[in-house]
Ligand binder design. Structure first.
Ligand SMILES: [Zn+2]
Ligand SMILES: [Zn+2]
Length: 353
């Protein structure tokens, strides 16, 4: 089978290997779609902490189950599925409290072990989720949006609350959509006009270009002076993360979704005066994946509009660098492993309203 190996930062090569066989508890997936996300971009760029090369990238995966281990339910074969890429140990204190997303011994498919940029991948059958109605492209987008679902769940967001999302990349867009699904009013901040236009026109949120003026003034006028109930950071930028503390109102919450290799600091009197709640948000749990799947099946998300670029696996060595550059207009790149780069836009059951 073909497999795309990231040999070193900036270098991907297509190789030929034997497809693995299923052991107990496993299923063999014929990969159809792989979404490219920030993690892949940072790994390709050599900026992903704790990452070792060579590595097969790809953790936003969908495909068809083509074989299962002897002890696995045979009815999985032939079904469309996505993969929950977070392999938790089930034994540490986080796992025992149901916090599998921040397992002490977490391994992520496509990060700590080889991922789905290949024609076939063996995965634990317990980490497959099947759907009768979603297309392969949609299934490959569930993980990206589940990150947003987890962040929103962490914040205990209520109906009618006012949300500011800093960072209009795919993760921020996921947070915004899940916040809207929760009944919140959303304002997004970024300095990339193309992405802000997408957020306004497609997601229907308020936007503010941080290069155009003072974010504090913009948030104050959006909130009648009370500032945000919940602020989400999805910028990946330490200065922006420090700045985000000021966006929350009295009694507000601040959720850090993006992770950076830096110290984040805040002024304690300002923090205490408002009795802010600061929350980290890492990965997602099955509950978050389920929430996204249900919303997607109900046509409540704009996931496919986020796909701006598509290509077959063979083309990736030549175009990955382009997909890492937001100035090319990329929001979400989608690799089509099986079936070339044909889109599934016309699939009637998956049409958007
Ligand atoms: Zn991802
Ligand atoms: Zn664990």
């Amino acid at each position: 089978m073909h497999v795309l190996v990231c040999e070193a930062p900036g270098k991907m090569t297509l190789e030929e290997t034997d497809a693995s066989r299923c052991g107990p508890g496993q299923a063999l997936l014929r990969i159809h779609c792989v979404g490219i996300c920030g993690t892949d971009i940072h790994a390709y760029g050599g900026r992903q902490p704790y990452f070792s090369y060579p590595r097969v990238l790809g953790h936003e995966l969908s495909g068809e189950v083509v074989a299962t281990g002897d002890d696995v339910d045979r009815s999985l074969v032939g079904q469309r599925a996505y993969v929950i890429p977070y392999l938790h140990c089930g034994q540490c204190s986080a796992c025992l409290r149901g916090r599998t997303n921040c397992c002490q011994n977490l391994e992520v498919i496509g990060v700590h072990r080889d991922g789905g940029m290949a024609e076939y991948l063996v995965v634990p059958a317990t980490h497959l989720v099947t759907s009768q109605t979603l297309s392969f492209e949609q299934l490959a987008l569930v993980e990206c949006l589940a990150i947003g679902a987890h962040a929103v769940r962490r914040s205990q967001l209520g109906d009618g609350e006012l949300v500011v999302v800093a960072g209009a990349g795919p993760i921020g867009m996921g947070v915004a959509q899940l916040a809207q699904a929760q009944g919140a009013r959303v304002m997004m901040l970024d300095n990339h006009e193309g992405r802000l236009a997408f957020c306004r026109d497609t997601l229907g949120v308020e936007t503010f270009d941080v290069a155009e003026g003072d974010s504090l003034d913009a948030i104050a006028s959006f909130s009648d002076g009370v500032m945000a109930d919940v602020v989400f950071d999805a910028t990946g930028n330490p200065q922006a993360m420090n700045r985000g503390f000021d966006f929350a109102g009295h009694g507000g919450r601040y959720v850090l979704v993006s992770v950076v290799r830096a110290d984040i600091t805040f002024n304690d009197p300002d923090f205490h005066k408002r009795e802010l709640t600061l929350l980290g948000s890492r990965n997602a749990t099955r509950e978050d994946f389920d929430r996204v799947t249900r919303l997607m099946e109900a046509g409540k998300l704009f996931e496919r509009a986020m796909i701006t670029h598509r290509a077959p696996l063979e083309d990736m060595p030549g175009i990955m660098a382009q997909w890492c550059d937001p100035t090319t207009g990329v929001i979400k790149g989608m690799v089509h492993v099986a079936g070339g780069s044909e889109t599934d836009h016309q699939t009637p059951e998956a049409a958007h309203e």
